[in-house]
Ligand binder design. Structure first.
Ligand code: PXP
Length: 257
């Protein structure tokens, strides 16, 4: 039998956030999201993302239920054979939902009612004791936990102290950067990724990543997964979800192993 050498190359994973498919549905069907006529269908979008090469699906059931509903999360969990990442606020209600849903991962995020989207990282330093308790509770149920944090070394150290397995670096500062601030934002992200990796955390990134700024994102070291929503759903309006996801995956294939 010939001797075979297997090269195992770790690729950069893509979690597709399909919240905005539900945003569109809620614009017309907020009172009847479960109706068979309610469209677009988030489960179909999840299947299309899978066909395009998504490595996981991400969804955020917010306290105000402005897009994803709990029933969406349960259907997606039951019907789509992809790892599920639940973004959630650090509240008793959401911990209860996570324990029922049993996603593969949870990403703890701050949640403010009036914000259009998540506006900043979690203040892990300020909420350390509570966050540590929530992390332990979720991990005891077999759920891996990530903390969405700004690229700030104090927050990274606090994240490691919670014993969460992962951090997701908030890339919103980079995506909103001007020509004058882009270098500073990049060096914050690079330093934060190196610190997270050195602390034994899996380093993910997300927020505001699109088909253009992905080139810069790919220069950040130690990344394991990107979570991308708005730009992919926006592109899907033109080319379909499967093609939109495949285009992003193709761009991500340039990440150094
Ligand atoms: N990661 C986190 C923690 C988020 O809150 C969001 C927005 O829901 C995303 C990633 C995706 O951001 P975007 O929609 O800008 O790609």
């Amino acid at each position: 039998m010939p001797f075979e050498v297997l090269w195992i190359r770790m690729s950069l994973l893509l979690g597709v956030n399909i919240d905005h498919v539900a945003t569109l549905r809620q614009a017309r069907y907020a009172k009847t999201p479960d109706s068979p006529h309610a469209e677009p269908c988030v489960v179909a979008a999840g299947h299309d993302a899978l066909a395009g090469g998504a490595d996981s699906l991400t969804l955020h059931v917010r306290g105000d239920r402005r897009h994803m509903q709990e029933a969406d999360a349960l259907r997606i969990r039951a019907e789509i054979p992809l790892p599920l990442n639940l973004e959630m606020g650090v509240t008793g209600e959401m911990v209860g939902m996570a324990l029922k849903l049993k996603p593969d991962f949870v990403c703890l995020v701050p949640e403010a009612r009036m914000e259009i989207t998540t506006e900043g990282g979690l203040d892990v330093l300020a909420g350390l004791a509570n966050i540590r308790t929530v992390v332990a509770c979720l991990q005891n149920a077999g759920i891996k936990v990530s903390l969405f944090v700004d690229p700030d070394l104090k927050q990274i150290a606090a994240a490691a102290a919670t014993r969460a397995q992962m951090i997701e670096l908030h890339t919103g500062g980079l995506s909103n950067a001007s020509d004058d601030t882009v270098a500073t934002e990049m060096s914050r992200l690079i330093d934060a990724a190196m610190a997270g990796h050195a602390a034994g955390l899996q380093v993910n990134a997300g927020h505001g990543i699109n088909y253009t700024n992905i080139t810069r994102i790919l220069t950040i070291p130690h990344l394991a997964e990107l979570n991308i929503g708005h730009s992919i759903v926006a592109r899907a309006v033109r080319v379909g979800m499967t093609a939109a996801v495949r285009e992003m995956k193709d761009l991500m294939a340039d990440y150094p192993a």
